[in-house]
Design a protein around this ligand. Structure first.
Ligand SMILES: NC(=O)c1ccc[n+]([C@@H]2O[C@H](COP(=O)([O-])OP(=O)(O)OC[C@H]3O[C@@H](n4cnc5c(N)ncnc54)[C@H](O)[C@@H]3O)[C@@H](O)[C@H]2O)c1
Length: 313
């Protein structure tokens, strides 16, 4: 039977700092999106408050507005009824003291985009009344006791690596630690071993092996272009693996080492490799060729394990 009921077009609003974006936020947004024709997600930012959140956290570096925006964009890139907007909250009294000014500012950016909300989503029951008052539309609560995704951004900021599974996939590369263990012939392939038991990604040094093999047999057979290709390929592998990694990525080639090979062969530095040194910096590089020779393979293993462990706290 054909329905005669006409359903009006619904426009939802959801808010957050997403500092950082986690699966509880994503659930809230997806659950909201499933109930409306279009959902607008407002990313609230305020420079001083955001810096303070970072200073009081155990995050390894500060997520900037652009990072938080890109995490949302990437997560919802194939969700056409979800749109992300950035709201600068500068000059407005902090939550919950500036509610009217804050909602006026939200409404003014929505007006510029011709968006009129018909329903507000939040998981904060204490906010429902004021949202309803200032936006003049109903408020729907999503998983207010957080029983489905028992996580908060505060918990992640305090303990990002113990809460890794909740961090949005799109945000993980920001937090991944890159660890390079160089020159471990006598000690086994430690980078591979560590990747194994940390249940994470190992990026092999196949290209640096190639360089060494070629240079040992036929000196200077590789051209500058070959090094650039090696560097770019290694960078690409590191970047791709960051989405799959479980907290760490292990490898046995970093760009400082590649640059030093380059300099030995060509007598000058390569600017592209310099760019990669700063763009893909390493959290820990252990060079066993310069470290004092240890007595046994197990001594290498134990010493390096201590260093790696200290990098997740
Ligand atoms: N100045 C003011 O008076 C005022 C008033 C209201 C709101 N605001 C602004 O609005 C924004 C509100 O952000 P927030 O602090 O709520 O952001 P948040 O990033 O902590 O959370 C975003 C949303 O996700 C929900 N959520 C979090 N964890 C969840 C989980 N595990 N399961 C389901 N849902 C979950 C939250 O309840 C919230 O609705 C801030 O920018 C704030 O400044 C300001």
């Amino acid at each position: 039977m054909k329905s005669t009921h006409h359903k009006s077009y619904s426009v939802g609003l959801a808010f957050g700092k997403f500092y950082p974006l986690h699966s509880g936020h994503i659930f809230m947004i997806e659950k909201a999106a499933s109930q409306v024709d279009e959902l607008h997600v407002i990313l609230g930012c305020e420079a001083e408050r955001d810096l303070k959140l970072f200073q009081e956290s155990n995050l390894p570096k500060q997520p900037m507005v652009k990072d938080r925006f890109l995490w949302l964009q990437e997560t919802f890139k194939n969700r056409p009824n979800i749109q992300i907007h950035v709201l600068d909250e500068a000059g407005i009294a902090y939550y919950p003291n500036g509610w009217k000014d804050w909602s006026d500012r939200v409404k003014s950016i929505l007006k510029q985009k011709n968006v009129t909300p018909t329903v507000i989503f939040t998981s904060e029951p204490q906010d429902a009344e004021r949202h309803a008052l200032y936006y003049g539309c109903p408020v729907k609560l999503v998983d207010e006791d957080r029983s489905f995704m028992n996580i908060s951004a505060t918990k992640i900021r305090m303990n990002p690596y113990d809460n890794w599974g909740f961090i949005a996939k799109a945000a993980r590369p920001f937090f991944v630690k890159r660890i390079c263990i160089i020159g471990n012939k006598e000690s086994g392939n430690l980078a591979q071993q560590f990747a194994n038991f940390y249940n994470t990604e190992y990026i092999s040094n196949g290209y640096i092996n190639y360089i060494q093999r070629e240079l040992n047999h036929k000196e200077h057979v590789l051209q500058e272009d070959d090094y650039i290709n090696i560097a770019l390929l290694h960078a690409q592998r590191l970047e791709e693996s960051a989405y799959r990694a479980n907290r760490y990525i292990f490898t046995d080639l970093d760009f400082v080492t590649l640059q030093s090979y380059f300099k030995t062969v060509f007598g000058h530095k390569n600017p592209l490799i310099d760019g990669l040194i700063s763009h893909l910096s390493f959290d820990l590089t252990i060079d066993l060729t310069v470290d004092k020779k240890m007595s046994s393979r197990s001594a290498y293993f134990d010493t390096i394990l201590e260093q790696v462990k200290s990098h997740l706290s």
